[in-house]
Design a binder for this molecule. Structure first.
Ligand code: NAP
Length: 248
């Protein structure tokens, strides 16, 4: 019998969970525990780390997991690498549900970098209004350029003081082009820092930057071990041996 483990936390993981339930497949949805009130899922849910590779391998064996779907954020490199190793160890087949990264199109003005430190270096020296569209655990290095006014956007209000004064927006999204244009215009944003997540859920800010002719410092994805990849929920359902009624 199939018993799938969804490593989740993304909009695609939620779509997949709904489709898996519709197909009558038994599955567990795992959250990393990064957000205070994660979205409800229509299936068994667990929250928090497994305890590294060995913890995940133990979980797979103990729970009789037959298939693992890595539908985490493309920047969740540790979880994704652990899944590759734990699945190799236990023999559980693994597939990653991962949208293609965004590609630069005409009108985009991107500076492509590989990590947060390179992002800080790429920012101008003269004061500017900057929208830092990255997770709160990555903002500390920007404290060395205190001349800028930073706008941050988080799903939950920050629990601890931030490493520098900032304009904080608390919102879970989804974000629309009109909404992003309004937010950027109202604040006089001149630069955007983003991670190349891909997919549609987070792309409105990139479209808004193009519309406004603003530069984007785009952090490319971390390199991950080779694994089977799917770009849509329906591909994952086929891999699980089921047809899907979603066009996703
Ligand atoms: P990570 O750095 O790859 O994961 C760190 C540890 O968190 C993992 O080793 C694992 O702990 C636990 N973990 C992560 N995802 C899990 C899941 N779905 N189920 C159970 N445990 C999980 O990933 P991250 O800390 O989540 O995020 C890394 C980057 O991705 C950050 O920049 C973050 O802003 C971004 N991001 C992630 C998500 C997401 O869905 N995870 C969503 C939005 C943005 P153990 O080793 O103990 O198993």
């Amino acid at each position: 019998m199939t018993r799938a483990l969804i490593l989740g936390g993304t909009a695609d993981a939620s779509l997949l969970a709904a489709e898996i339930v519709r197909a009558g497949i038994e599955a567990v949805y795992s959250y990393g525990g990064r957000t205070r009130a994660p979205a409800d899922q229509p299936l068994q849910t667990r929250i928090g780390g497994f305890g590294g590779v060995s913890g995940l391998a133990d979980y797979i064996r103990r729970e009789g997991v037959t298939h693992v779907i890595d539908a985490t954020h493309p920047f969740a490199a540790e979880m994704s690498s652990n899944a590759v190793t734990a699945c190799a160890e236990t023999g559980a087949p693994l597939i990653a549900l991962e949208r293609a990264p965004w590609a630069k199109v005409t009108g985009d003005s991107w500076i492509e970098v590989h990590d947060v430190n390179a992002t800080v270096a790429a920012l101008p020296e003269s004061p500017a209004k900057i929208f830092l569209a990255i997770g709160r655990q990555h903002i500390a290095p920007f404290a060395i350029k205190p001349q800028h006014t930073y706008t941050l956007r988080f799903v939950d209000p920050p629990e601890a003081p931030l490493p520098f004064a900032a304009d904080v927006i608390v919102s879970r999204g989804p974000f629309t082009l009109d909404g992003e244009l309004e937010m950027m215009r109202a604040r006089g944003i001149a630069w955007i820092v983003a991670r190349n997540s891909g997919g549609d859920g987070a792309r409105a800010k990139i479209d808004a930057a193009r519309t406004l002719g603003l530069p984007v410092i785009m952090i490319s994805r971390p390199r991950l071990p080779e694994r089977l990849r799917a770009e849509s929920v329906s591909e994952v359902m086929q891999w699980l041996g089921h047809r899907t009624c979603l066009g996703a």
